[in-house]
Design a protein around this ligand. Structure first.
Ligand SMILES: Cc1cc2nc3c(=O)[nH]c(=O)nc-3n(C[C@H](O)[C@H](O)[C@H](O)COP(=O)(O)OP(=O)(O)OC[C@H]3O[C@@H](n4cnc5c(N)ncnc54)[C@H](O)[C@@H]3O)c2cc1C
Ligand SMILES: *[C@@H]1O[C@H](CO)[C@@H](O)[C@H](O)[C@H]1NC(C)=O
Ligand SMILES: *[C@@H]1O[C@H](CO)[C@@H](O)[C@H](O)[C@H]1NC(C)=O
Ligand SMILES: *[C@@H]1O[C@H](CO)[C@@H](O)[C@H](O)[C@H]1NC(C)=O
Length: 606
């Protein structure tokens, strides 16, 4: 009875929100740096308004250089004072604590790249373009398209900046050519780095120009922001082309054996797995000649502006399901009904693809064909003016919106079949245990190639994005907490997966430096060359890179619930709510917080 109601409620809200979002504009996200007086005494955060460890961040001031010479002065002044620095971008979309300067809280400088967003040079003949490091992905794609050029691969979200997205190795999906990471198409970088002494110009900073063939370019491509400020980037682009997209839904029997073959056949395709529903969506996605008919547009539903009331409603429903199970009965079926309904509607509406063929309906059928620049990425919730209905991106922090954890790990292609079979074994123990993930797009699986960039991928891999509910209360365990923790540890330790540098909880980075092997050492060498005093480093980047003895994990009450540690004692979970530290069920080396279904179940409140 109850579940039926919420099912209809969700159907209605999703339909409504699709209707409404075509009629209204979005309210732009709030700034990530806010200061007390002018540009001093600032508070810094990320786009979600929360770091994985829930700490806050203060900075002495913010600088907003408008060009490279102002940038050089800014870095020089701070460098002379030996002040810690960090680049912040217009929205700072990374989840880890990457937007916070190192040193003592409140004493560092943040350098915003929001004004370093111009196009410096376009060479249509060679297909090259030079742009400021702060240009947004959308700005970059549009500027290229005006010149008949296309960025061959990109992340799926257009709101990040070029400096930020290459800084964390961001990517789309592909095993062809150089692969899907934007940094593979970087052929030049101008970097502003600090100096320990004044140069001929009296400045304690200098510009380093790196081009193809310079070894340090392999460090600068994926730099985690620790080498200095990326002032300009030159990209190798391609003539504009079109893409043809069809989403094909199948059952998940044996699909783990088809992943590698599918990857080698599709230029841009990906796979979304809904494990509890047993459904897999293969995105058949390939290049077609520019002369092919079609003006399709990708306006992914999840990245559209959502009216506040609807997002808050969904969050409340989610919280309701979570708390029901936490405190009383183990009954995730509410989530499963919701997820099946939501996925069905999304698939029927083409996941936000628009044919633009003159019909009143947005989506009229497959294939959807359109220019690369219209198909490769989306994010309409960002481009709008303030509106009365207060529509925002789903995760907007000013509203009681979506809060989630994200575990994003690349599993070597050679191991993907066994990894998925392991996850299936876990799923088969309790089929409902992964419904929660399906409310956040399931397991999104993208192909990525080994990279020569020092912090890039070490093997051809399948990058798996798993997004799931995060409670407002850090001591509140999640529904089926143990299953996702086991999958996270299995991906990271059994299959030695590499974490996405811009996503993940703290545990995602445990052992990363070792996994990088010799490439990690080469990166640290470049770091010591350009920023020997570590002015662009912070406790977090040191921890990730295994430097200066900084710790990645924090052992305290409830730490495993938020991925701040791997539990070794019950108090790392939530013993008072019945969640104890236990071995995994399939990967028995893992240690996870599991609800022991004994006495508590009998105390059900009805
Ligand atoms: C909705 C959403 C969807 C996403 N989809 C994808 C996806 O499809 N694929 C994918 O791979 N990732 C994806 N991501 C992750 C995202 O690409 C990364 O987190 C990316 O790093 C964010 O870029 P940003 O410009 O916001 O940078 P930030 O998060 O602000 O910065 C990242 C790091 O780079 C440094 N930095 C930024 N600019 C410069 C510069 N000019 N010079 C030196 N250092 C700099 C910062 O100091 C920081 O350390 C997604 C994120 C969101 C929120
Ligand atoms: C900066 O912050 C400190 C502590 O919060 C406060 O005492 C001081 O007055 C602030 N200065 C300005 C200029 O706002
Ligand atoms: C697609 O790209 C071509 C070539 O650059 C351009 O002429 C055309 O206008 C673009 N189509 C759309 C719908 O933007
Ligand atoms: C991953 O694949 C490699 C190469 O095939 C193999 O040696 C290794 O044992 C695999 N790891 C696991 C955990 O299956």
């Amino acid at each position: 009875m109850k579940t039926n109601l919420s099912h209809h409620h969700l159907l209605l809200t999703l339909t409504l929100s699709t209707l409404l979002s075509t009629l209204i504009h979005a309210t732009p996200p709030p700034p990530t740096v806010t200061c007390n007086a002018g540009d001093v005494n600032c508070t810094v955060t990320n786009g979600y308004g929360i770091y994985p460890d829930r700490t806050t961040c203060k900075a002495a001031s913010v600088a907003r250089p408008a060009d490279e010479s102002e940038l050089l002065s800014v870095v020089s002044d701070a460098s002379q004072k030996k002040q810690h620095m960090k680049v912040v971008t217009v929205h700072s979309h990374s989840i880890p604590k990457l937007s916070c300067p190192g040193g003592l809280d409140g004493e560092g400088l943040v350098i915003s790249t929001e004004n370093l967003n111009s196009v410096m040079n376009v060479d249509p003949l060679r297909g090259r373009m030079t742009v400021g490091g702060g240009i947004t992905l959308r700005g970059l794609i549009d500027a290229a398209a005006e010149n008949g050029l296309a960025l061959p691969h990109s992340p799926y979200w257009e709101g990040m900046t070029l400096g930020g997205l290459i800084g964390t190795g961001s990517h789309g999906s592909s095993l062809s050519g150089k692969g899907p990471a934007v940094h593979e198409y970087v052929v030049g970088v101008r970097l502003v780095v600090p100096s320990t002494s004044a140069g001929g110009d009296g400045k304690y900073a200098r510009v380093v120009e790196l081009v193809e063939g310079n070894e340090e370019l392999l460090a600068a491509k994926v730099s985690l922001g620790v080498l200095g400020v990326i002032s300009q980037v030159t990209l190798q682009l391609e003539p504009m082309f079109k893409r043809s997209i069809t989403n094909r839904v199948e059952g998940d029997d044996g699909f783990e054996n088809q992943i590698a073959a599918f990857g080698s056949m599709t230029e841009f395709g990906d796979i979304t797995w809904y494990p509890s529903q047993g459904r897999v969506v293969f995105r058949d996605d390939f290049r077609v000649p520019i002369t092919t008919k079609g003006i399709g547009l990708n306006d992914f539903t999840g990245f559209r502006a959502q009216p506040r009331l609807i997002i808050e409603g969904i969050r409340t429903t989610g919280t309701h399901c979570e708390s029901l199970t936490t405190y009383t009965t183990h009954n995730p079926s509410g989530k499963c009904v919701l997820s099946t309904g939501q996925v069905t509607i999304l698939l029927e509406s083409g996941l936000g693809l628009k044919n633009r063929d003159g019909s009143l309906l947005e989506f009229t059928g497959y294939p959807v064909i359109g220019n690369q620049s219209d198909m490769q990425t989306s994010g309409s919730c960002l481009n709008g003016k303030d509106d009365l209905l207060l529509t925002t991106c789903g995760w907007d922090r000013r509203i009681h919106g979506l809060r989630y954890h994200q575990t994003t790990v690349s599993i070597p292609l050679t191991n993907i079949t066994s990894f998925i079979s392991d996850v299936k074994k876990l799923r088969d123990i309790n089929r409902d245990s992964l419904c929660g993930v399906e409310l956040y797009s399931g397991f999104l699986m993208r192909f990525i190639k080994a990279s020569t960039a020092y912090l890039g991928k070490t093997a051809d891999s399948v990058d798996i994005d798993i997004t799931y509910y995060r409670s407002n209360d850090p001591l509140d365990p999640r529904l089926d907490e143990d299953v996702l923790e086991e999958i996270e540890q299995m991906a990271l330790f059994k299959y030695k997966g590499m974490p996405h540098l811009g996503k993940n909880r703290n545990v995602g980075f445990v052992g990363m430096r070792e996994k990088l092997g010799a490439k990690g050492d080469l990166f640290v060498k470049a770091m010591e060359k350009y920023d020997p005093e570590g002015l662009f480093s912070s406790d977090w980047t040191d921890a990730v890179l295994g430097l200066r003895g900084k710790a990645l994990t924090v052992e305290k009450k409830g730490c495993a619930l938020e991925g701040l540690c791997i539990c070794s004692r019950d108090e790392h979970c939530a013993p008072e709510k019945g969640y104890l530290c236990r071995p995994g069920m399939v990967y028995t080396e893992s240690r996870v917080c599991r609800r022991e279904d004994d006495g508590l179940l009998k105390m059900e409140v009805l």
